[in-house]
Design a binder for this molecule. Structure first.
Ligand code: TYD
Length: 136
């Protein structure tokens, strides 16, 4: 699995702005995968640690609908941390990237669009297994 953290991208979500506020729209052209599942994290304690895994095939777009959090990304060689804090900027995470999410702000809501239904077999939850997966 050759994806690197350089394949992870911030996607700008198109917005319509008028005096009544902002309307952000995600259509099928906005994201490079077909949405098969939507889930969201809320009531997250500020000291919570989420993620701590990679996916073999899953694509995800992570959007901070409200508040902010940090996403640490690792590809086995390099790592970087991205602070997500704008509801019109989503993080596209491709398969084969380790992620850890923390530093949740109070009242944070994290929306996740995913390319397949939930499948535990798609998870790599051990970092050593992840490194082995990256070397195959
Ligand atoms: P997990 O993906 O580990 O959460 P996070 O990456 O946000 O820390 O999932 C936490 C628990 O929820 C785990 O027992 C699996 C379950 N779960 C589902 O049942 N369906 C889902 O769509 C997701 C994402 C998780």
């Amino acid at each position: 699995m050759s994806n690197t953290i350089n394949d992870v991208a911030i996607l700008e979500i198109p917005r319509v702005h008028d005096e009544r506020g902002l309307l952000a729209v995600i259509e099928k052209e906005t994201i490079p995968f077909k949405i098969e599942r939507v889930y969201y994290l809320y009531d997250v304690p500020s000291d919570a640690f989420r993620g701590g895994h990679a996916h073999k095939e899953l694509y995800q777009l992570i959007i901070p609908l409200s508040g902010s959090f940090n996403v640490l990304l690792k590809d086995g060689k390099e790592s970087k941390t991205i602070n997500l804090n704008k509801p019109h900027k989503g993080l596209l995470i491709v398969p084969g990237i380790w992620r850890e999410i923390d530093n949740f702000s109070s009242g944070c809501v994290c929306l996740v669009l995913a390319s397949s239904v939930y499948n535990e077999d798609d998870y790599i939850r051990n970092f050593r297994d992840f490194l082995a997966f990256k070397n195959t």
